[in-house]
Design a protein around this ligand. Structure first.
Ligand SMILES: Nc1ncnc2c1ncn2[C@@H]1O[C@H](COP(=O)(O)OP(=O)(O)OP(=O)(O)O)[C@@H](O)[C@H]1O
Ligand SMILES: [Mg+2]
Length: 254
């Protein structure tokens, strides 16, 4: 079983106002087959953590490590990370004009597996996954995310997850902007991926409603660039009731 171990991770970004330190010592261990929810206030660094794991060039790692089965992920190129089985569903998925969903998925699958998938079973698999996610088949011939509604973009992220079969998925607010039916459909997609491939999930969210469908094994409270507390699913309910005030008292200014 694979593990992803984040150890004392410090990350900054260069801004017009100078260097901004965002992650201030993140410690987190994910096991394949388990679901970890991360909840925390706006601007606490959750997306920065997601981007850093995936290898976004804007985020500068000052110190610390991210190890996948003992191997340093931070030394890998972005595509090597994807081949190693790390997947990121972005909070704001980007449009790729001129590239159809169908071409995009096949290219991604080929790059990750090192060989092109056999055509017939692949087309069947795409059709099956799209049906399960209630995506109309016309989406296959549309350009990636171009003109997609918020919810359609999120379903497309989960379609990738199902087809690319990563070992670890970071889902950055995949639940935001989903209507109740879509929330259920997307959650079922994540649960299917977990059941079929033993996926490990880092689920970044603001709302406990998705946790009714995707049951977390652990909940981590993320505040001011680090994990402030960890617990079981009951912690999510407490956060929903009490907010983050109790964690913020030591860090607030004024
Ligand atoms: N590229 C960047 N340039 C400047 N500041 C940045 C950049 N990326 C992140 N930040 C800043 O770092 C902080 C953390 O941002 P991040 O997006 O990681 O927060 P978050 O926890 O995901 O918030 P939210 O819950 O609103 O999605 C914010 O103050 C943000 O403005
Ligand atoms: Mg974010």
């Amino acid at each position: 079983m694979s593990t992803l171990v984040i150890n004392d991770l410090h990350v900054s970004v260069e801004t017009d106002q100078g260097t901004k330190h965002i992650l201030k010592g993140v410690d987190l261990t994910l096991e394949q087959g388990s679901i970890h929810a991360i909840m925390g206030p706006n601007g606490s660094g959750k997306s920065t953590l997601a981007y850093t794991i995936a290898g976004h060039p804007k985020y500068h790692v000052e110190s610390g490590s991210v190890k996948l089965d003992g191997e340093e992920v931070l030394d890998m190129s972005v595509d090597a990370r994807a081949r190693a089985g790390i997947f990121l569903a972005m909070q704001y998925p980007v449009e790729i004009p001129g590239v159809t969903v169908s071409n995009f998925l096949r290219t991604a699958k080929t790059a990750i597996d090192g060989e092109a998938p056999a055509l017939r079973p692949w087309l069947k698999e795409i059709r099956g996954s799209m049906e399960a996610l209630r995506m109309d088949k016309t989406f296959a011939e549309r350009n990636v995310n171009e003109g997609f509604s918020g919810g359609e973009k999120k379903r497309h992220e989960i379609l990738q997850l199902e087809l690319l079969k990563p070992r670890f998925a970071v889902l950055d607010e995949t639940d935001s902007g989903l209507d109740v039916d879509a929330l259920k459909i997307v959650s079922e997609g994540v649960n299917r991926a977990k059941a079929n491939t033993g996926l490990g999930v880092l689920l970044i969210t603001h709302y406990t409603r998705i946790l009714r469908y995707i049951h977390p094994d652990f909940v981590h409270v993320f505040v001011d660039g680090r994990v402030a507390e960890e617990g079981g699913p009951e912690l999510a309910d407490r956060l929903e009731n009490e907010g983050y005030d109790r964690y913020l008292t030591g860090t607030s200014v004024g």
